[in-house]
Design a protein around this ligand. Structure first.
Ligand code: ASP
Length: 165
């Protein structure tokens, strides 16, 4: 049976597009990842939430707390098996560590992002999102604390850091 995974989109490059005229990477009116649901439903039953759409330097403890509350509420009402959060990479480690310290649940919670926006050549967002859903749906990820999945690697929130932009 397919696992029930809560996907929370919060913004960042993974949710942005490159402007073809200027080359600037900017947030979109509608999140390009939410249009990819068909590619994702093969892996799990998804519940999608988009509480805000912010570049991650704008994420403060207020937004972190909002993500945490959303996870608690949905865990109670929907009996979810795992959680995936898409997030800008600049402060991804702070949100991941906050959730690691403040959530006691043993269900897998995975935070992911992307280095290239959705319409750039070699865009890594959809791939990282699929990898994260697979990890969040796996039995082995239970009780490991919050995990960060990017580029075919699984890290613990406790030890991960972004070292290069
Ligand atoms: N500036 C972006 C952010 O953190 C970078 C990224 O997502 O990789 O929102």
């Amino acid at each position: 049976m397919k696992k029930k995974i809560l996907v929370i989109h919060t913004g960042g490059t993974i949710s942005m597009s490159e402007d073809e005229q200027t080359g600037a990477v900017k947030p979109n009116e509608s999140n390009p990842l939410t249009k990819k649901t068909e590619e994702l439903v093969a892996f799990a039953h998804l519940i999608i939430e988009e509480p805000f759409n912010l570049p991650s330097p704008h994420i403060t403890p207020t937004e972190m707390l909002k993500i945490r509350k959303l996870i608690s509420q949905r865990s109670l009402t929907d009996d979810i098996d795992g959680v995936v959060i898409t997030h800008g990479t600049d402060t991804l480690e702070e949100t991941a560590y906050f959730l690691d310290l403040t959530i006691e649940s043993k269900i897998p919670i995975v935070v992911t992002g992307a280095m290239r926006s959705s319409n750039e050549i070699g865009a890594d967002g959809l791939y990282n999102l699929i990898s994260s859903i697979k990890v969040a749906a796996s039995e082995e990820a239970k009780g490991k604390g919050v995990l960060v999945v990017l580029n075919d690697e699984i890290h613990t929130a406790e030890n991960v850091t972004k070292t290069h932009t």
